[in-house]
Every structure is written in structure tokens, then in C-alpha cells.
Design a protein around this ligand. Structure first.
Ligand SMILES: O=P(O)(O)OC[C@H]1O[C@H](OP(=O)(O)OP(=O)(O)O)[C@H](O)[C@@H]1O
Ligand SMILES: Nc1nc2[nH]cnc2c(=O)[nH]1
Length: 154
């Protein structure tokens, strides 16, 4: 897929000792696990006919598994000789989904770097990192401990 899968796709392709053709797809998923509708939208289709070809779909993160399931169904319908899915990271919500190649199982949270972004940033980090939760989930006002602040202002 476009964006988040770019770095791992290129590195994986360079590690394979066989001819490969790379093409890109743009997908937006509104995963039910993130409070979304569970819908997938195709923003850019591949420009290769995959019928009779061995297809490996590569993605950076498998979160709810919605994107992976949608892509497998969609591309399988085009008559490939074989089709498998490879995800660099898999979140707990997708553990039950049958994925042939998984790099790392990771806890819930946001993984960034090595192609993966948070609001458009961090894709160019050479490493992968877990984003500090306060960046994407600021604590609710009810849960903030004001004691330190109060101590400073009294
Ligand atoms: O398992 P799911 O819940 O369907 O989520 C996985 C999708 O989310 C991420 O893409 P994102 O929407 O962040 O877009 P990006 O590739 O542009 O970074 C990831 O690259 C998958 O495509
Ligand atoms: N960059 C990034 N995108 C995601 N989409 C769903 N989960 C993630 C994640 O952990 N990191």
C-alpha cells in the first residue's frame, strides 16, 4: 500500500533474491476498532494485472485487520496464482486473523517511523518507535493530577 508500507516494501524487495515487480495501492480504512465505520475506500488502484501472478501484499501495520481482509478479498477476485499478506506490525485486535507473514506482534498504541506516520510526521525516522500516549491521547481533564501545578502556584 502507499505511504505506511513504502519503506518496508522496498527493503523487503531488496532482500528477495528473485525478480519482483512492485506496485502501489492507496487505501483508507475507517476501522471499527478506532470508532470508525468499518469501511474501506480505494483511493488508488494498482496498475498491474495480477491474474496468474504470485502476489504478496505488504503493509506496515495491521490494526483491526479490516484493510488486510479487504485487500485479500479484492485482489483474490482478480485471479492471482497465489496471494499472501505480510504485515510488519500486528496489533492485538488482529491476532485472530490468518496472516501468513507477521514481523512483530505489538501492543495497542501508535507505532511510528520506518514509513509509519502520526498525522503526517515521523515517517522518515530510521527506526520504529512507540509514540508516547500523551501525544495521541491527552489525559482527560478529570484525570489530570493538579498537585504539582498547585504546589507551584501556591
Ligand atoms: O487494520 P486496519 O485497522 O485496517 O488498519 C491498518 C491500516 O492503517 C494504516 O494505514 P493508515 O490509515 O495509517 O494510512 P497510511 O498508510 O497513509 O499511513 C496501515 O498502513 C494499514 O493500511
Ligand atoms: N502509523 C501508524 N498507523 C496506524 N494505523 C493503525 N495503527 C497504526 C499505528 O500504530 N501506526
Amino acid at each position: 500500500m502507499l505511504n505506511g508500507a513504502a519503506t518496508v516494501t522496498v527493503d523487503l524487495a531488496r532482500a528477495l533474491h528473485r525478480h519482483v515487480e512492485i506496485t502501489w495501492m492507496g487505501i483508507t480504512s475507517y476501522g471499527a476498532g478506532q470508532g470508525g465505520s468499518g469501511a474501506v475506500r480505494l483511493r488508488k488502484d494498482i496498475d498491474v494485472d495480477v491474474s496468474g501472478r504470485d502476489v504478496l501484499i505488504v503493509d506496515g501495520v495491521i490494526d483491526t485487520g479490516l484493510t488486510a481482509a479487504w485487500l485479500m478479498t479484492n485482489l483474490r477476485g482478480r485471479g492471482p496464482a497465489s496471494i499472501e499478506f505480510c504485515g510488519l506490525f500486528r496489533k492485538p485486535g488482529a491476532r485472530g486473523i490468518d496472516i501468513r507473514y507477521v514481523g512483530f506482534d505489538v501492543p495497542d498504541g501508535v507505532v511510528v517511523g520506518y514509513g509509519l506516520d502520526y498525522q503526517g510526521r515521523y515517517r522518515n525516522l530510521r527506526c520504529c518507535a512507540r509514540l508516547a500516549p500523551h501525544v495521541y491521547a491527552p489525559p482527560s481533564a478529570d484525570l489530570v493530577d493538579h498537585s504539582a501545578h498547585d504546589a507551584l502556584t501556591e
